[in-house]
Design a protein around this ligand. Structure first.
Ligand SMILES: Cc1cc2nc3c(=O)[nH]c(=O)nc-3n(C[C@H](O)[C@H](O)[C@H](O)COP(=O)(O)OP(=O)(O)OC[C@H]3O[C@@H](n4cnc5c(N)ncnc54)[C@H](O)[C@@H]3O)c2cc1C
Length: 378
């Protein structure tokens, strides 16, 4: 693959690769088994500057750009997908403030998150509003200098540990135009963390229900104007989707590594598995998928860094990388035979962790809708 990196991007990649090998990979299987949220590891990731990688230095971020961000995320994801999703959601939660926050909000709300003082969460999904955010029912009603939010959000990554939660709520008419963006602080009266959702994979990431009962949010925590929420979310999610694509790339790399290692040590029919053509073909397909997914992801990130439109490319990268990951995880497990189905080998965890990547931050079907809409424009 040829994708020239500048010295800073190369340095970040090497630094995060070493950090992932030293701190993230060793406990991944144990964390998956216990389902515990690794607060001390997350703190180390924050200290390394992995929380606000696309946010300005002036507001606590490391401002290294989208290419460096995806390179870092690939390294973390290849070691532990749960840690990667924790990191990517905090970076995503910084985006609305970095793009649309006013000076006061950038100082007060962006700085602590981007500098890694605490995690962020991004709360859109509701029981009745998943792919179609225009159905959001969570209501924000004005009361003097406050808004009172009522309703619930479901599947919120980092929800129980975040210091701030980006919330999309309804202030007006039905449909997308009646939605407004807020930053809700952890200790806001009326905010409760609900059920901890038990998942098939990403078990060391935190996914909860959030309940808002007359939850008080100061007017100063509204991002943009009333009715601008959907536009803000669309812009932030484009960036988030490059992150999920990078997460998938890191995991495809792990699939390749596991399949390769196993095929070089297991013998059947008096030959290493790597000597059987059918196994070689599976490995060739995983390697090719890795190359293509990496290039699409880096290219979308480079467009963002260049200030050029990248929404369609972000959706393409997310669609391709996550679908490819699921195919690669299937093949890498197949290479392991029955042993791949046991807890003895990391591919079992990777296979489970991979499944959700075609679902969150916009399902593959939603990505196809967005890509088709852009492509069919006259
Ligand atoms: C582990 C995990 C973490 C998550 N983290 C977050 C988070 O941090 N914040 C957050 O807000 N949400 C989060 N989510 C929620 C996630 O974004 C949603 O699950 C996703 O957007 C899909 O919504 P849904 O589950 O309601 O499915 P639905 O929207 O009900 O869709 C069900 C199926 O129908 C398909 N479908 C729906 N509409 C159409 C259509 N028009 N055309 C074709 N097919 C269609 C979908 O593609 C999907 O296959 C998380 C989910 C999980 C599992």
């Amino acid at each position: 693959m040829y994708f020239p990196l500048n010295p800073e991007q190369e340095m970040i990649q090497v630094m995060v690769e070493q950090f992932a090998a030293r701190e993230v990979a060793p406990g991944a299987a144990k964390r998956d088994e216990s389902g515990e949220f690794p607060q001390s590891l997350v703190w180390k990731m924050a200290q390394l500057g992995l929380c606000g990688m696309m946010s300005p230095v002036k507001y606590g971020g490391s401002e290294v750009g989208a290419v460096a961000y995806v390179l870092a995320l690939m390294e973390i994801a290849s070691a532990c997908a749960s840690s990667a999703v924790t990191m990517s959601v905090t970076n995503l939660s910084c985006e609305p403030l970095a793009l649309f926050g006013n000076e006061d909000q950038k100082i007060r709300l962006l700085t602590p998150m981007a500098s890694g003082k605490f995690l962020g969460a991004f709360a859109l999904t509701e029981p009745e509003a998943g792919s179609n955010l225009a159905e959001i029912r969570c209501k924000a009603r004005r009361k003097g200098a406050l808004y009172l939010i009522n309703g619930s959000k479901i599947f919120i990554t980092n929800g129980a540990y975040a210091g701030e939660i980006f919330v999309l709520a309804r202030t007006g008419e039905s449909g997308g135009r009646g939605l407004t963006a807020f930053m809700v602080e952890k200790d806001s009266p009326g905010l409760k963390v609900g059920k901890n959702i038990q998942k098939m994979g990403l078990r060391a990431s935190n996914t909860v229900e959030l309940l808002f009962e007359d939850c008080e949010v100061a007017e100063e925590n509204r991002i943009g104007k009333e009715g601008e929420g959907m536009m803000i979310v669309i812009r932030a999610l484009a960036s988030g989707r490059i992150g999920i694509a990078a997460q998938a790339v890191g995991m495809i790399r792990a699939c390749l590594e596991e399949a390769k290692t196993y095929s070089l040590q297991r013998q059947q029919f008096n030959k290493f598995l790597s000597g059987h053509q059918a196994v070689q073909w599976m490995i060739a397909e995983i390697a090719t998928g890795l190359e293509a997914a990496t290039l699409l992801t880096l290219s979308a990130a480079a467009l963002k860094d260049a200030g050029r439109p990248y929404m369609k490319e972000a959706s393409m990268a997310k669609l391709f990388a996550t679908e490819t990951l699921n195919r690669c995880a299937y093949q890498a497990l197949q290479v392991h035979g029955g042993y791949g189905y046991t807890k003895e080998f990391p591919i079992e965890r990777i296979y489970r962790d991979a499944r959700v990547t075609t679902i969150y931050e916009g399902t593959s079907e939603v990505q196809r809708m967005l890509i088709a809409k852009e492509t069919l424009k006259p």
